[in-house]
Design a protein around this ligand. Structure first.
Ligand code: FAD
Ligand code: FES
Ligand code: MG
Length: 277
């Protein structure tokens, strides 16, 4: 159980692992996630189920090495086991059966958007995807996204590939150019999802986002993942992770995501894991 069967480096800081876990593979749906621990005294970290295979009993995780736990996870090799992994957690994404959906993925957010696009495409929904990263070397899962999109747009902040600018700028260009769509799904860092929502708000275009607050238990008991949506408190682990982005209190979500930044920096610098260089 939890053995790593495949490991790929997608970019210098992004890794894909395929993990054996028949229980999670049997129940996983697009939009759900797992919580795992790499070592006995380690923290729990949530990662989205980027893909699953019920016949092979596997789940695919794609993660960016941003701090201690993801650096340690990235050090595990094929044949190693993840100490604990629970899931699937969260509510499966509510996906339409017809119409046109624009899927917007920023950075490692392309991984969580992939299973949604696959399912939409399978249902016969028209999928227009916009994926982006800081530069061309950081674009991930391009072929996989192309395979489940009717149109794929690539954006880079530095213009090294495709459209020069943010994914939200590309979305605005498409909408202003007459794009007709029923809803938008955006997954990525908070500033990217927030900018996408501000782009679609004037058009009244329904926009779903996948929130990624700090989580601890993942079962709705600790309150760590609290956000405010439409003036009401929501726990992302049990009420989400997908929410109507026009209703999210982004300023609060941003503040809470950075609550432990100093401690996270110290954790990397003081470990012998090769981080903090
Ligand atoms: P740290 O240095 O500890 O933290 C870096 C930043 O990550 C923090 O500032 C904080 O914003 C966030 N973070 C820290 N601890 C946690 C925690 N326990 N829970 C959530 N966020 C935390 N990342 C991916 O690369 N791929 C994914 O598929 C993915 N899916 C996610 C799905 C959900 C539902 C959520 C909530 C988060 C997801 N994340 C994903 C983010 C991932 O959990 C964090 O990057 C990871 O926990 C960072 O841990 P760290 O110790 O390496 O970094
Ligand atoms: Fe504890 Fe959501 S992670 S309530
Ligand atoms: Mg951490």
């Amino acid at each position: 159980m939890n053995e790593i069967l495949v490991k790929k480096n997608l970019t210098p800081v992004t890794k894909l692992i395929v993990v054996k876990n028949p229980f999670v593979a049997a129940k996983a749906e697009p939009g759900q996630f797992v919580i795992l621990r790499v070592r006995e005294n380690g923290e729990r970290i949530p990662l989205t189920i980027a893909d699953f295979d019920r016949e092979k009993d596997t789940v695919t995780l794609v993660f960016q090495e941003v701090g201690l736990s993801t650096i340690l996870l990235g050090k595990l090799e094929v044949g190693d086991r993840i100490l604990n992994l629970v899931g699937p957690l969260g509510v499966p994404a509510e996906l339409p059966d017809s119409g046109t959906v624009v899927a917007v993925g920023g950075g490692v957010g392309v991984a969580p958007i992939l299973p949604k696009c696959k399912e939409l495409y399978r249902r016969g929904v028209k999928v227009i995807s916009i994926i982006g990263a800081r530069s061309k070397d950081l674009i991930i899962l391009e072929d996989e996204m192309r395979a489940c999109s009717h149109e794929l747009h690539i954006c880079t902040d530095d213009g090294s590939r495709g459209f020069k600018g943010f994914v939200s700028d590309k979305l605005k260009e498409l909408i202003d150019g007459g794009l007709k769509c029923d809803e938008v799904v955006a997954v990525g860092p908070i500033p990217m999802m927030r900018a996408t929502c501000e782009t679609t708000r004037p058009y009244g275009l329904k926009t779903w986002v996948s929130m990624n607050p700090i989580m601890v238990d993942g079962t709705g008991m600790c309150g760590a993942c609290r956000i405010t949506v439409g003036g009401k408190t929501k726990f992302v682990c049990v009420d989400g992770p997908m929410f109507d982005g026009h209703e999210v209190d982004w300023a609060e979500a941003w503040l809470r995501a950075g609550m432990y930044r100093d401690e996270e920096k110290v954790a990397v610098e003081s470990c012998q894991c090769g981080g903090g260089k």
